[in-house]
Design a protein around this ligand. Structure first.
Ligand SMILES: Cc1ncc(C[n+]2csc(CCOP(=O)(O)OP(=O)(O)O)c2C)c(N)n1
Length: 461
């Protein structure tokens, strides 16, 4: 048994994977591999580690390809209980100010059509979590985008005034709930989730349905009776008009402008991946996503450097699609050696590098909550990314002026012989707004930098 691939790996991995196996007897291998795939792909999907010690990898075995197994402790409930579904239907039918909150679970279950059917029948506005983006088209009149820490003002305001929140595969994450113990007490809450562990984990709900989102919504639809949300929908439309997302158009090039233009040019059809940080939040705000599984980002794990490798996977799986990796200058430098993979495979990924010469999101927190005492966030030592692209045999573009954005992005979109980097040199000191300080309730949302000193936040970036 190898030293590193020993029992320790098993224990280290438990908190971050769905399941781990340590194969001690080579004969177990076919069954374990089948179990690993089954566990990874069913219920609430997640990574499974199969730890193979050296003596197992070098053993010779007669393979029994059937690899049969039973997993007595692992059962998945697909259909929700009829009783809970009926209770939820009655709550939704009688609500005057309901909101659907669409999360990653809805994406995984492929519930787009079911959500659309309910929205059209009941006239209910929709918000989506970061990972739920695209499950319901963002161009839809009743879509309010992402709520929470850097969500749209209108989504947060709607949450503050609604009387019912229906979470569909969303886990009331702290970026949305802020302070879960007093999250929107005026609203009743329904939670639909395939993973029973998520129910009442952070936010206490009034009704829960354990099951697969698509299947549950299908049954739910039949029990819904059209209520009257006309006034609510009017209010939503007014909020959208009065509090749109915005950014300064004058002065230096803005990240939001570059992202918004890329969104416009790709018309909701690109698969977008992101790193973690300010650019990620701006991508969530300004890259309008029309289709499910078209926005790939690192959610709860918050993994910098995720965007580019994710784009490689997305482009490999979708050779005919435009894939745009919106990355930070910090995050990109964590995984950029993968450029050689993308160049070798001639993957036409557009790497939209939002280059602010800072670990921007951390700088923003130091600016807003720590008297602008900046520490460890300066990236003045950045390489010249266009030259770096050249060194890898990759095409490089640079954009510095707002007036050139459309032209440069157009040229990058027209280049399909391999990957390209678009080095967008943007304003260094821009902050992401709206912002709800970490741990605060949604009504503490800031639309711009306040004059008075802010308290130190309770949570992390
Ligand atoms: C691997 C990793 N290290 C640290 C963090 C904490 N963190 C969150 S955002 C951020 C800054 C990201 O900077 P950059 O990639 O340049 O993106 P920007 O915020 O400037 O858009 C950091 C350090 C993290 N999420 N992941």
């Amino acid at each position: 048994m190898g030293y590193i691939s020993g029992g320790r790996c098993l224990r280290y991995s438990y908190p971050i994977v769905k399941h781990s196996f340590l194969v001690k007897d080579p004969k177990e291998l076919p069954s374990v591999i089948n179990q690993a795939f089954h566990i990874a792909n069913t219920g609430r999907p997640g990574p499974v580690i199969v730890d193979l010690p050296k003596d197992v990898t070098s053993a010779l075995i007669d393979v029994d390809t059937s690899g049969e197994f039973t997993l007595p402790g692992y059962s998945i409930r697909k259909e929700g209980s009829l009783e809970s579904i009926k209770e939820a239907a009655s709550m939704i039918s009688s609500a005057e100010k309901p909101i659907l909150m669409v999360g990653h679970g809805a994406v995984i279950s492929g519930a787009t059509q079911e959500i659309k059917a309910i929205v059209e029948k009941m006239q209910i506005p929709v918000i989506n979590t970061l990972l739920g983006k695209g499950c319901f088209p963002e161009s839809h009149d009743l879509n309010l985008g992402m709520p929470g820490m850097h969500g749209t003002a209108y989504a947060n305001m709607a949450l503050c005034d609604c009387d019912l929140i229906v979470s569909i595969g969303a886990r009331w994450d702290d970026r949305i709930a802020g302070s879960p113990s007093d999250f929107q007490p005026q609203a009743k809450k329904i939670h639909i989730d395939i993973d029973p562990v998520e129910i009442n984990k952070t936010v206490q709900v009034d009704c829960s349905i354990i099951g697969d989102a698509k299947s549950v919504l299908n049954s739910l639809y039949g029990f819904l009776e059209k209520g009257n949300t006309q006034r609510w929908v009017k209010q939503i439309r007014r909020l959208k008009r009065e509090y749109p997302l915005k950014y300064k158009k004058e002065g230096k090039l803005r990240a939001q402008h570059v992202i918004e233009e890329m969104s416009r040019l790709t018309e909701g059809n690109a698969i977008v991946t992101t790193d973690v940080g300010q650019h990620q939040m701006w991508a969530a705000q300004f890259f309008k996503t029309e289709h499910t599984r078209h926005f790939l980002s690192s959610g709860g794990a918050g993994t910098m450097g995720f965007g580019f490798p994710a784009a490689i996977g997305a482009q490999m799986a979708n050779p005919g699609k435009i894939v745009v990796a919106v990355v930070g200058d910090g995050g990109f430098q964590m995984t950029l050696p993968e450029l050689s993979t993308a160049v070798n495979e001639k993957l036409p990924i557009k790497i939209l590098l939002i280059n602010n010469n800072y670990l921007g999101m951390v700088r923003q927190w130091q600016h807003m909550f720590y008297d602008n005492r900046l520490s460890g966030v300066d990236l003045e030592g950045n390489p010249d990314f266009v030259k770096l692209a050249g060194a890898y045999g990759c095409k490089g573009f640079r954009v510095k002026r707002s007036a050139d954005v459309r032209k440069v992005l157009g040229a990058a979109l027209a280049y399909n012989d391999g990957p390209c980097i678009i080095d967008a040199e943007v304003e260094k000191y821009d902050n992401v707004f709206p912002m709800v300080p970490s741990g605060a309730s949604l009504d503490k949302m800031l639309l711009s930098m306040p004059r008075k000193k802010l308290e130190k936040p309770k949570g992390g970036t």
